[in-house]
Design a protein around this ligand. Structure first.
Ligand code: MN
Length: 256
């Protein structure tokens, strides 16, 4: 009858396997990789940790002219934005399956980020807010949040977008992992009243959903980092110290 203490609490490194499937990780834990990859003295991207989850789940798509142009799809779940890099962007044609590479979870604050990440920094290049809004669960689980969590873990993530440019029912299907363990998914539009076979929605919309600016205009707004986050424009972050930036850029390149 003497209760023995659990041997499972011996090492914090053993938590990965022990973590229950349905227990959501904390936002802080999920953002470790995001923060490790970035130098917040150099980039205007948000560090995260200031936004509390609200009733409605947010989604955003950012057009990102990094070394390769792609669209970042982000869907809020358990306090962070689950994120995928979609090289060709979304398609409203249900016959089109778009490759979506899962990337590190991003902070919810990222939904307001539009601007330029300095060259040489992680993800360096111009970021445009291409679409945003909220999303809801698109599956049959009577508990929507549980359905989303299970769908994400099983690799069958069904959701309904309520954006400015994208609406209706979609699915992300996990297909495999690459040699680095990165999950590859396919982004597919379901057949519904919002499907448009043969259309090219990324070609139709070339400007920011938030600021109406083109990629060129965003890139041209030198040194400016624009945060649309919720309420107001915030002041730009402290400028990068000019005298050391060339050196820092060189070092950032060498770290790769
Ligand atoms: Mn990106």
């Amino acid at each position: 009858m003497a209760k023995k203490s659990s041997p499972r609490s011996k090492s914090p490194k053993g938590t990965k396997a022990a973590k229950a499937a349905s227990a959501p990780a904390s936002a802080e834990a999920q953002l470790v990789e995001y923060r490790r990859k970035r130098d917040f003295r150099r980039t205007g991207e948000p560090k995260g940790g200031t936004v509390r989850p609200r009733q409605k789940l947010a989604f955003v798509i950012q057009k990102h002219a990094a070394s390769h142009l792609h669209y970042d799809l982000r869907l809020e779940l358990d306090g962070v934005m689950k994120s995928w890099a979609v090289p060709k962007g979304p398609s409203l044609d249900p016959a089109v399956k778009r490759l979506a590479m899962q990337v590190e979870d991003h902070p919810i604050e990222y939904n307001g980020f539009e601007g330029t990440i300095p060259k040489g920094e992680y993800g360096g290049g111009t970021v445009m807010l291409w679409d945003r809004g909220t999303y809801t669960y698109g599956g049959s689980n009577p508990e929507p949040l549980e359905g989303l969590r299970q769908g994400f873990q099983k690799g069958d993530f069904k959701f309904v977008l309520h954006g400015k440019r994208l609406q209706g029912s979609w699915v992300l299907v996990r297909t495999r992992r690459d040699q680095n363990g990165r999950a590859q998914w396919l982004l597919i539009k379901h057949r519904d009243e919002h499907a448009r076979p043969g259309s090219d929605v990324t070609a139709e919309h070339q400007t920011s959903v938030a600021s109406r600016r083109s990629m060129e205009a965003i890139a041209g707004a030198e040194g400016e980092v624009w945060h649309s986050s919720r309420a107001q424009r915030s002041t730009p972050p402290d400028p990068v110290p000019r005298e050391s930036s060339a050196y820092q850029r060189l070092m950032a390149r060498r770290r790769r």
